[in-house]
Design a protein around this ligand. Structure first.
Ligand code: NAD
Ligand code: WQD
Length: 349
């Protein structure tokens, strides 16, 4: 299995770097294509450092854009890929509402270009980064893979459409094997403190925001909603350690390589446990020894009360289960934050 050659789109990003690290550790050869729109080559350099000189010879990095078909075709003309893990995409919900064309152009066109070139070069095994966002505001929890899907915003719509497109491709040609991985709330960082999430601008997501308050980059955390019908009034999510996610991708690849006739199938990657915003703040304060100043604010439009995953299908069919709880997530998030308070580039002003 380890001799397989994997193309990872968006491999310089948050989930991509952690997954590439695990793939190399498992013996896979990896090519990354990334336009560095939301990442930096420093992150790839650190993956090389972590795996060491020998394994890093199995890693190729190409700066390229999926919207440019030639960038993809050049890669496929030089390599025989056994499978693709497709992370590349834009992911900011608010930005997608303000600039929907950006999301349709980047996420839809980029993915369709990729799939066309994969078909042309007879590479028909795909792992696609989907999201719990396709459950919308679920009527029931935990979210089960066969729930009805809904999109709440243009970003979510790109994930929903791309899931449908993958199903159509697999229906039309039985040689395709596609796994859609629906991530819940990815957080934390590699335990070394060398890799982590480094969002550009003010973070949209809870954990990077808390982290920036802890290192003094932001003054306080706004808590969006304290009147939800939950145990402490704040909303509940299924936070998952990025290293668990990375292992989930390795499990998905193994499934693709060993199982015929899977067509296109979806798996949740979550822990199956929900934590409230206040519980995450408390766990981070415990892990970091820092007080996080907070301000109670109205609900954020579009937010659901409680979302967490059913993990049964992934456990049964992928043999994968998340290992880490929120204390370990906060420990590793703080380790990354304290070692890299200004992210990969350091402080620029
Ligand atoms: P990220 O922004 O850190 O990584 C995405 C990478 O893709 C970046 O390095 C970016 O430069 C690259 N990229 C974007 N458009 C590209 C293009 N046209 N051509 C080449 N490279 C391009 O994001 P992430 O958190 O690692 O997310 C990875 C994937 O997982 C995304 O598809 C995202 O929608 C999905 N996802 C993320 C989350 C989350 O909360 N982080 C949750 C669910 C799903
Ligand atoms: C978590 C909770 C907020 C920030 C988003 C996307 C989803 C997926 C994962 C990509 C909510 C609260 C947040 C803050 C807060 N991404 N919060 N103060 O909204 O569950 O999911 O990321 O696919 O599509 O929608 O994650 O981290 O933004 O919020 O109180 O400054 O933290 O209201 O209850 P969310 P999040």
């Amino acid at each position: 299995m380890g001799d397989k050659n994997i193309l990872v789109t968006g491999g310089a990003g948050f989930i991509g770097t952690h997954t590439v690290l695990q793939l190399l550790n498992e013996g896979f050869r990896v090519s990354i294509i990334d336009n560095l729109d939301n990442s930096s080559e420093e992150a790839v350099k650190r993956v090389r450092e972590l795996v060491g000189v020998e394994l890093s010879k199995k890693l190729e990095f190409i700066q390229g854009d999926l919207r440019n078909k030639d960038d993809i075709a050049n890669l496929f003309s030089r390599n025989k890929f056994d499978a693709v893990i497709h992370f590349a995409g834009l992911k900011a919900v608010g930005e997608s509402v303000a600039y929907p064309f950006r999301y349709f152009d980047n996420n839809m066109i980029g993915s369709i270009n990729l799939y066309q070139i994969m078909a042309k070069y007879d590479c028909k095994k795909l792992v696609f980064s989907s999201s719990a966002t396709v459950y919308g505001q679920p009527d029931k929890i935990p979210c089960v893979e066969d729930f009805e899907l809904k999109a709440m915003n243009p970003y979510g719509r790109t994930k929903l459409f791309l899931e449908e497109i993958a199903r159509d491709i697999a229906n039309a040609d039985a040689e395709w094997r596609v796994i859609l991985l629906r991530y819940f709330n990815p957080v934390a960082a590699h335990e070394s403190g060398r890799l982590g999430e480094d969002p550009k601008g003010i973070p949209n997501n809870l954990m990077p925001y808390i982290q920036q308050v802890a290192v003094g980059r932001l003054p306080e955390l706004n808590i969006y909603g304290h009147d939800y019908p939950t145990k402490d009034g704040t909303a509940i999510r299924d936070y998952i350690h990025v290293m668990d996610l990375a292992d989930g991708h390795v499990a998905a690849l193994r499934k693709l390589f060993t199982t015929k006739n899977i067509g296109c199938t979806a798996y949740n990657l979550g822990t199956g446990r929900g934590a409230s915003v206040l519980e995450m703040v408390a766990a981070f304060e415990k892990a970091s020894g820092k007080k996080i100043p907070t301000k109670l604010c109205p609900r954020r439009p579009g937010d659901a009360t409680a979302v967490y995953a059913s993990t049964e299908k992934a456990e049964k069919e992928l043999g994968w289960k998340a290992k880490y709880g929120i204390d370990e997530m906060c420990r590793d998030q703080w380790n990354w934050a304290s070692e890299n308070p200004w992210g990969y580039q350091g402080k620029s002003n």
